[in-house]
Write a protein that binds this ligand. Structure first.
Ligand SMILES: [Zn+2]
Length: 306
């Protein structure tokens, strides 16, 4: 069984302005690192399709889709929120980013690959049903999770290890107990999601600013993995954010390259027990280009079981 690397050239065409951290350079850094380590030649490289309106409307309102299409500029940049911009290539990139998750889910369900990584942008986990936020236009991972449910999967677990809480994903699935959402993130920190939740299928693992690998691994071991095991997911989706790396100035956590290998191995172990090994991961944050490339290599090595 192999691992898919799903992306699309359109994801490089999402221009955000010269000093924006969420830049096309991020995907070049990832692909350079995968090529230089020899991993790219072992991956099943596949182009992402566009997500259809039906697939997007499982998690976004039709009115929001219309609004995003209306905002898409012919030239220059428009702002959707304080941090989120759209240029002429952004709409196509957003469709392909969401479509990558749909394809990843299809590929693992049909046993074409065991695992998949979506090397896409814009990221998605802050986008809500009716809102763009924090660099995110469509909630790519949520579109993938909803597709899995529509395809007959009964229990989908989401693991989010971005330094920021995935508030968009949580708001979309808060009333859906077919989805288990486990997030480890810096707290208190953007987007300042309240930690109180009545939902047993939503698990918050907050870490203080300055936390190191041992605190991260202990928190994940004690508070995230047991819940994930008990849920017995049939499929695991990962919001893979690498802005929790110690070199990344976007957050104040101090994770090492090897922590991304470690948590991915732990996720793979649960997937092997309950989900036939099926894991689909998608890029969220990660803005220090050298650290991003190295950390993604470690994440993908674990997805490939090497
Ligand atoms: Zn982030």
């Amino acid at each position: 069984m192999t691992t898919a690397y799903i992306s699309h050239p359109a994801c490089l065409g999402h221009q955000t302005g010269s000093d924006h951290p969420e830049s096309p350079q991020r995907l070049y850094a990832i692909e350079d690192a995968l090529i230089s380590t020899g991993l790219m030649s072992l991956l099943k490289r596949t182009d992402a399709p566009r997500a259809t309106r039906e697939q997007l409307c499982r998690v976004h309102s039709p009115g929001y889709l219309d609004e995003i299409e209306r905002h898409a500029p012919m030239s220059g940049l428009v702002t959707l929120d304080a941090d989120t911009v759209m240029g002429p290539g952004s709409l196509e990139a957003a469709y392909r980013a969401a479509g990558a998750m749909v394809l990843g889910v299809e590929m693992v369900i049909h046993n074409e690959v065991e695992t998949a990584f979506c090397g896409i942008r814009p990221p998605g986990h802050h986008a809500g049903r009716n809102s763009a936020m924090g660099f995110c236009i469509f909630n790519n991972l949520a579109v993938g999770a909803a597709h899995a449910l529509a395809a007959g999967i009964d229990r989908v677990a989401i693991v989010d290890f971005d330094v920021h809480h995935g508030n968009g994903t949580e708001s979309i699935f808060q009333a859906d107990d077919r989805i288990m959402l486990c997030s480890v993130f810096q707290h208190p920190f953007y987007p300042y999601t309240p930690l109180v939740t009545d939902s047993r299928h939503i698990v918050h693992v907050p870490l203080n600013a300055g936390a190191y690998s041992d605190e991260f691994q202990q928190a994940v071991q004690n508070h995230l993995l047991p819940v994930l095991h008990r849920f017995r997911p049939e499929l695991i989706l990962v919001s893979a954010g690498f802005d929790s790396h110690f070199e990344d100035c976007m957050g104040q956590l101090n994770l090492l390259d090897s922590d991304y290998y470690w948590i991915t191995r732990e996720i793979m172990e649960v997937a092997t027990h309950c989900a036939g090994g099926r894991v689909v991961s998608t890029l969220e944050g990660g803005y220090e280009l050298h650290a991003l490339g190295r950390a993604v290599v470690q994440h993908i090595r674990a997805l490939m079981r090497i």
